[in-house]
Design a binder for this molecule. Structure first.
Ligand code: F6P
Length: 359
């Protein structure tokens, strides 16, 4: 008999349902009896005891379904130790729900912040397993997060569509890609979509270099240029500022521009006099059905989580390392970020084919 809790926390993405399906199917086939408690809307459900007992049949037919059948919410890690508006101790409340339901394990699907709370619960003595979800692919300890490739597909499609119109109109186009503080999604979608310039948070850009590339293309008779700009892209000057000054500068920029791409567009326009158009696919990147790669990856993550539960091996994140499923101790990965290394071979190869990173 196994009694498990499931929750999905943070921004949603494709393949959350596919992953939970993998966990439940894996366990249902491995143990005689299984009880599944689904906490609603992320950690909120665990804090306030808001859950549903789920029949294993509810996990059939959801492999291809985007979003999360449990709902999700953002519960910042830094506020977990801060009592709620009614003075409730959230950590104690989560422990209470867990013990009241006599759970064997809590399976937590989420990104970096979610992982930090999962680690906190582990430190508080709960059995937890974390499954790495995010379109940003920024979770340390795993080569790949689920959701990433589905989002790459959507962002690439956006760039593909812009390509045909950019070519018809001889314009400079910017497609802004999500990814929070890291550039994985922009790098992959930019390369897959044939972007000419890719701006990442990890490689601060020099606007003169960006303009140089645009001019070089114009001189070569290429009337259009496509930029894939990460939402966290930053200029060299801004990257050189101290923390306080940067915060001030960013607040001032936020008054002027809806997001970083409009700033880059204004800078290019000022220097070239060219017409620039900005496209922001935004949350479409997290939506829809998971791509086949993510369906396979999530099924593997789910099955390995089931295996770990059968082994009573808790306190870990299931990661993909060198093509294999690995149980990574939460204490080793929580609180760390996986960023793009500007010196990595993928960046060199992109540069070899003519892509400019504005550096
Ligand atoms: O972490 C996933 C993500 O989509 C990031 O790429 C983005 O910065 C953020 O979430 C957006 O968050 P929200 O949905 O809260 O606007």
């Amino acid at each position: 008999m196994k009694r498990i809790g499931l929750l999905t926390s943070g921004g949603d993405c494709q393949a959350l349902n596919a992953t939970m399906r993998g966990v439940v199917k894996g366990l249902a086939n491995a143990c005689d009896e299984l009880e599944v408690y689904g906490f609603l809307n992320g950690y909120k459900g665990l804090i306030y005891g808001d859950y549903r007992i789920l029949d294993t049949r509810e996990f059939s037919g959801i492999l291809t379904k985007g979003g999360t059948i449990l709902g999700s919410s953002r519960q910042p890690f830094k506020l977990m130790r801060v009592p709620d508006a009614n003075g409730l101790d959230k950590v104690e409340a989560m422990k209470h729900t867990y013990h009241k339901l006599r759970l064997d394990c809590l399976v937590i699907l989420g990104g970096n912040g979610t992982q930090k709370t999962a680690n906190l619960l582990r430190e508080e003595g709960l059995n937890v397993i974390h499954l790495p979800k995010t379109i940003d692919n920024d979770i340390y300890g795993t080569d790949m997060t689920f959701g990433f490739y589905s989002a790459v597909n959507i962002a690439t499609e956006a760039i593909d569509c812009i390509h045909t119109t950019a070519a018809s109109h001889n314009r400079v186009f910017i497609v802004e890609v999500m990814g929070h503080k890291v550039g994985w999604l922009t790098l992959y979608a930019g390369m897959a979509g044939g972007a000419d310039i890719i701006l990442l948070p990890e490689i601060p850009y020099d606007i003169d270099k960006v303009v140089e590339k645009i001019n070089e293309r114009s001189k070569a008779g290429k009337g259009f240029t496509i930029l894939a700009v990460a939402e966290g892209a930053i200029s060299k000057e801004d990257a050189a500022l101290g923390k306080k000054e940067l915060k001030k500068k960013m607040a001032a920029d936020a008054q002027k521009y809806p997001c970083v791409s409009y700033k880059v567009a204004a800078e290019i326009q000022e220097k070239t006099g060219q017409e620039i158009r900005v496209t922001v696919p935004g949350h479409t990147q997290r939506g829809g059905s998971p791509c086949p790669y993510d369906r396979v990856l999530s099924t593997r993550y789910g099955a390995e989580a089931a295996r770990a539960i059968m082994d009573a091996d808790y306190g870990c994140m299931i990661g993909l390392v060198d093509g294999k499923m690995k149980r990574v101790p939460l204490g080793e990965c929580a609180g760390k970020l996986k960023t793009v290394d500007p010196k990595s071979s993928i960046i060199t190869e992109a540069k070899m084919t003519g892509i400019s990173f504005g550096d």
